[in-house]
Design a protein around this ligand. Structure first.
Ligand code: SF4
Length: 476
């Protein structure tokens, strides 16, 4: 018997949600005729790609309920704040926004405000909102996302405040509508939750146990995306390498990738995040075997010190991590490697930090996402007595950033004069006369082209570099 076997949210529950969605649609039609336009929603997202994708689902449900969308708080009739709690400053930012909504409610009394996401899975946060922010009408957690139609209906129909953060820790909801942000690249969740309990991380407490989607549901979604013209997907999960451990079928992540490659014409497939302790030889082989799987791997190391890795409950040593990197590179030459690193984890000594620097020097990551340790109430590390003084952490953080910037720049310089294949995602956000896209190895490339090549794979000659991106022009 597999642990914690995952079940689908029953079809009758999903049907019930569609019913509430229709009821809100009718209400919105009446509202539209009163105000002469569609009611507008604004969904603001904080945090990671999982949250970005959850917001796409929230928007998908709202669209079915008859909402249009606007780009800011001022024009909205419904505001949804989809929150993150991985870092303390992200939470502070959200509270700042919630406070700021009070005056909007005074100006537009019909405005409905909702707060959801990881923050609202923490009881002390919900209590604080209840007590101090009476301008918030609806609070729901990540486990109740698919129940948004019902919860919102209770607010709109009853004029009451609704708090729904109950959780069922073994369910997966299928069939939630999605309004995707782009039309070239799409996110596809393969699993939810995490069972790893790294001692600094709040995610397992707020996102719950690992729950995998069934392979047939993932395949159906990918096929649909291909039919809609999407060229690239990123498979999402807190630890995709645990995929399938809760499924009776026995499909693991390597097998899932193989199924997608063999049964769909998707041109590019990425995935994140991979826990180094769980990466299998089969996965490393599958990346090499199928050209559609991008030659790129995000492999968070967190620290170069075995002593700290143990304290972080990461279940690998520095040496094991380096062996994995050597294996990945041996089988997939030229693979782009990126990582996450925490600076200032409790008890980090100068020696531990030097171990991190030397590991970064040795691996030579294309890019590293570096974070200052953020103390999260409820995690074991928050109780560790040896928190590192702020000025030491800042100094170490600066040194790590400098080192990684130098390495990233040196790697980018290797692209100068070369021609790379780029999947064009559209116009560059910072310069509308240029296009932007990514290489197979996930390097961002900004480039000029005589014609609109959005959605196409094009060859771009690299003419200059920035630390995090390459610049060039189409050669065809
Ligand atoms: S693997 Fe560790 S860091 Fe990643 S989500 Fe799970 S507990 Fe957090």
């Amino acid at each position: 018997m597999k642990k914690n076997s995952t079940v689908l949210v029953p079809p009758e529950e999903m049907e019930k949600q569609r019913h509430f969605s229709e009821l809100i649609y009718s209400k919105n039609l009446e509202f539209s005729s009163e105000i002469g336009r569609k009611p507008l929603a604004f969904v603001r997202t904080f945090g990671c790609q999982m949250n970005e994708h959850d917001s796409e689902k929230i928007s998908g449900m709202l669209e079915e309920m008859g909402y249009g969308f606007c780009d800011g708080f001022e024009d909205a009739d419904l505001i949804v704040l989809n929150t993150c709690c991985v870092r303390e400053n992200a939470e502070d930012k959200v509270f700042g926004h919630i406070g700021g909504l009070k005056h909007l409610k005074k100006k537009r009394p019909w405005l409905v405000t909702a707060v959801c996401g990881c923050m609202t899975e923490q009881p002390h946060i919900v209590s604080e909102i209840k007590k101090s922010y009476r301008n918030v009408d609806l609070v729901f957690g990540t486990h109740n996302l698919h129940r948004l139609p019902e919860l919102l209906y209770r607010v709109l129909d009853g004029g009451v405040r609704v708090y729904e953060t109950s959780r069922t820790d073994n369910e997966v909801a299928e069939g939630v509508p999605v309004k995707r942000c782009g039309n070239v690249q799409a996110w596809v969740t393969v699993m939810y939750g995490c069972d790893n309990y790294c001692t600094y991380c709040i995610v397992p407490y707020v996102r719950g146990h690992e729950r995998s989607r069934r392979p047939e549901d993932i395949l159906a979604e990918v096929k649909k995306l291909c039919a809609l013209g999407y060229s690239e997907i990123t498979l999402l999960g807190q630890n995709v390498n645990s995929y399938g451990k809760d499924l009776e079928e026995g499909t693991d992540f390597a097998e899932l990738l193989r199924l997608i490659c063999e049964n769909t014409p998707m041109r590019r497939i990425r995935f994140m995040t991979s826990h180094p302790k769980d990466i299998s030889d089969r996965l490393i082989d599958v990346i090499a075997e199928f050209p559609a799987i991008c030659n790129q791997l995000h492999l968070p190391v967190q620290s170069g010190s075995t002593r700290l890795l143990k304290r972080m409950n990461r279940h690998y040593t520095r040496e094991q991590y380096l062996e994995t990197v050597a294996k990945v590179r041996g089988r997939n030459p030229g693979i782009t490697l990126t990582t996450d690193i925490i600076v200032g984890f409790p008890g980090e000594t100068d020696e531990d930090f030097e171990d991190t620097l030397s590991l970064v020097e040795q691996v030579r990551y294309d890019q590293a996402y570096t974070f200052i340790y953020s103390r999260r109430e409820g995690t074991p590390a928050a109780k560790y007595p040896d928190q590192v003084p702020e000025e030491i952490v800042k100094e170490r953080f600066g040194r790590l950033l400098e080192l990684q910037n130098r390495i990233s720049r040196e790697i980018s310089e290797g692209y100068l004069g070369k021609t790379v294949e780029v999947l064009c995602e559209g116009f560059s956000k910072t310069n509308l006369s240029r296009y932007t896209g990514r290489t197979d190895g996930n390097k961002i490339v900004n480039f000029t082209s005589p014609e609109n090549v959005t959605g196409r794979l094009v060859n771009v000659k690299i003419e200059s570099i920035q630390t995090w991106s390459l610049e060039g022009s189409v050669t065809e």
